[in-house]
Design a protein around this ligand. Structure first.
Ligand SMILES: NC(=O)c1ccc[n+]([C@@H]2O[C@H](COP(=O)([O-])OP(=O)(O)OC[C@H]3O[C@@H](n4cnc5c(N)ncnc54)[C@H](O)[C@@H]3O)[C@@H](O)[C@H]2O)c1
Length: 179
């Protein structure tokens, strides 16, 4: 099956050009892939990522180097890219990132709440700390960018995401082999 035909510019969704996307968990994996796909369509990117190891779940997270290289790749595609090293559980940092994005671009059209972790554990082995960490990151985390005082949607005639996407439909899996 083939996707939509690309025009001369190589873009498949020209209506996105000039829009602004704020993506959490953008340094690595699907968040990064989404950032680059949108950048190819001419969308300016605000990329937020914890960019450091987390004690739980313990597997590698994105890094500052990943954020830097994402910004370089986005700029090479002709769009601007702001980067923020912030944990989605850190409300003031998330609010500051939303504010900086709104200040820089005057709009945020797409919010991709992608940052998240996947805990691998049998339910009876899952600790309360692990459970609460997943709730904080996967469930409460996506709320942060939406509610902050910097949210430009609080101002009249401002542009705040018409498209809000989330990626965390699960909390824990028994193990990678069950994924
Ligand atoms: N890969 C899959 O098949 C799949 C399936 C279902 C859901 N998901 C979910 O989709 C999301 C992306 O998946 P992926 O495979 O790209 O994961 P990934 O681990 O490759 O990337 C997740 C990114 O989020 C960042 N991040 C994690 N916790 C953060 C926090 N507290 N604050 C800010 N940034 C944080 C990481 O640094 C990393 O860059 C995850 O939430 C994952 O649980 C993935």
């Amino acid at each position: 099956m083939s996707g939509p035909a690309a025009g001369q510019s190589g873009r498949t969704a020209p209506e996105l050009a000039g829009q602004v996307a704020l993506i959490t968990g953008a340094a690595h994996g699907q968040g990064r892939a989404a950032a680059l796909a949108l950048a190819r369509e001419g969308v300016h990117i605000a990329a937020l990522d914890v960019a450091r190891p987390l004690a739980y779940p313990g597997y590698p997270m994105g890094s500052s180097a990943d954020l830097d290289s994402l910004a370089t790749e986005c700029r090479a595609l002709g769009v601007d890219c702001l980067t923020f090293a912030a944990d989605v559980r850190d409300d003031p940092a998330v609010t500051a990132a939303v504010q900086s994005t709104a200040d820089r671009f005057g709009r945020i059209d797409i919010l991709f709440n992608n940052a998240g972790i996947c805990g691998y554990s049998l339910a009876h082995e899952l600790t309360d700390d692990a459970w609460n960490t997943m709730l904080d990151i996967n469930l409460t985390g996506p709320w942060g960018p939406c509610r902050g005082p910097a949210n430009p949607g609080r101002k009249a005639n401002s542009t705040w995401p018409s498209l809000v996407l989330g990626r965390n439909l699960h909390l824990a899996l028994p193990g990678p082999e069950d994924f």
